[in-house]
Every structure is written in C-alpha cells, then in structure tokens.
Design a protein around this ligand. Structure first.
Ligand SMILES: CC(C)(COP(=O)(O)OP(=O)(O)OC[C@H]1O[C@@H](n2cnc3c(N)ncnc32)[C@H](O)[C@@H]1OP(=O)(O)O)[C@@H](O)C(=O)NCCC(=O)NCCS
Length: 174
C-alpha cells in the first residue's frame, strides 16, 4: 500500500479538493441531518500519496457534541487515504478534548458502511426519509444511489473516543 501523509489543507489544495467534492457531491454543498454545509468554510485535512499527489480530503466540524466528519472522499478507493484521513480526524478530535467522532452516511452507501464499521464506528441511529427531506434543500441529490439502491435514509455512525482525562464519572458510588 502507498504511504499516505495527512496534513491540513493549504491554498494550493483548493482546486483538487473542489474537483473531488464536485465528483462526489456535485459541488461544495452537502445537506446532512437537515443542515446545509458549505464545505469550503470548514476545516479540511488532505491526504497525499508517496509521490506527493493529492489522494483525498476530509472536512470536519468540531462542536460540543464531538467532531463531525462532514465529508470524506478518496480520489482512488483502496489505497489507504480514507483510513489515514479518518485516523487524523480522530487525532484532531482528541487534541480538542472531544470524546466522540460521528458522521452521517446514506442507506445506499454499503462500501462506506463497511469501511466505517471496520474502523470501529457504530450505527447509532437511522433517520428514515432524511435524504428525501434533504432533496428539498438540494434537488440534485439523486433518487437512486450506489448499486441502484433507492436513496431515502440517513444513518448516523459514531465512535466514542478515549480521552486522556479518562472515563467520565458515572455518578454511581464506588
Ligand atoms: C469510503 C471511502 C472514503 C474509503 O476511503 P478509501 O481511501 O477507499 O479507504 P482505504 O483505502 O483506507 O480502505 C478501504 C477499504 O476497502 C478496501 N478496498 C479495496 N479496494 C477497494 C475498492 N476498489 N473500493 C473500495 N474499497 C476497496 C480496502 O482494502 C480497505 O479494506 P479494509 O477495510 O479491509 O482495510 C472511499 O471509498 C470514498 O471516497 N468513497 C466515496 C465517497 C464516500 O462515499 N464517502 C463516505 C461518505 S460518508
């Protein structure tokens, strides 16, 4: 597997990131959990392969409820960019003291569900019809997704992070 390095995006990456987001999401806007994000306004990590070529990008948002991975995409699947970016996002979350990394994917995205679950994320909620609602905000969202699966629902996945502060007090004695 090619060695992948991850670093914060720099101005020289903007064109590569824009092309990738256009390929994956039709442009810089995504609608998830009834929220419209402009990916250009959020912190971005980029993956670079051993030859120095752009290999993928992860866009995230830190808030009180943890680090949300708003977008993750690799230029070519299976060369390790997604794994490296997800690990780097976890490091960002931990450095910020967040105890949770989470994201939303769609019911058709079986390869992403495989990818995330193999990396320790759990499916913690299903929002039936969320993509149908999102389509009202972003009419270009297709009706049929990967593998010709009708696209309707959002799945929320999360991974609890071990912070150096240790587990939070449960409030129980002992
Ligand atoms: C899902 C995605 C981010 C994963 O990134 P990636 O760079 O392909 O991830 P990696 O190379 O680190 O690992 C991919 C896994 O799939 C395997 N794989 C091999 N060939 C593959 C292929 N052609 N397509 C997908 N996965 C492949 C890898 O071996 C690895 O398997 P493992 O879990 O056994 O280690 C990427 O495929 C992608 O950009 N998908 C489209 C955008 C998307 O759906 N993003 C997620 C939205 S929430």
């Amino acid at each position: 597997m090619t060695s992948i390095q991850v670093r914060p995006a720099e101005p020289r990456d903007h064109a590569d990131v824009a092309i990738l987001h256009h390929r994956e999401w039709g442009g810089p806007y995504v609608v998830v959990h009834d929220t419209r994000y402009d990916l250009r306004e959020l912190p971005t990590l980029v993956a670079v392969d051993g030859a120095g070529e752009f290999a993928g990008a992860l866009v995230h948002r830190l808030a009180d409820d943890g680090l949300e991975v708003v977008s993750l995409a690799a230029t070519s699947p299976g060369i390790g960019a997604g794994s490296a970016l997800l690990a780097a996002a976890e490091a960002v979350a931990l450095a910020a003291g967040a105890d949770r990394l989470w994201l939303v994917t769609t019911n058709d995205n079986l390869s992403a569900l495989r990818f995330y679950q193999r990396r320790g994320l759990r499916i913690v909620a299903v929002d039936a019809g969320a993509v149908d609602r999102a389509r009202r905000l972003k009419p270009t969202i297709p009706y049929v997704g990967e593998d010709d699966i009708p696209l309707h629902d959002e799945l929320l996945l999360e991974r609890r992070l071990e912070t150096t502060a240790g587990p939070r007090r449960s409030g129980l004695p002992g």
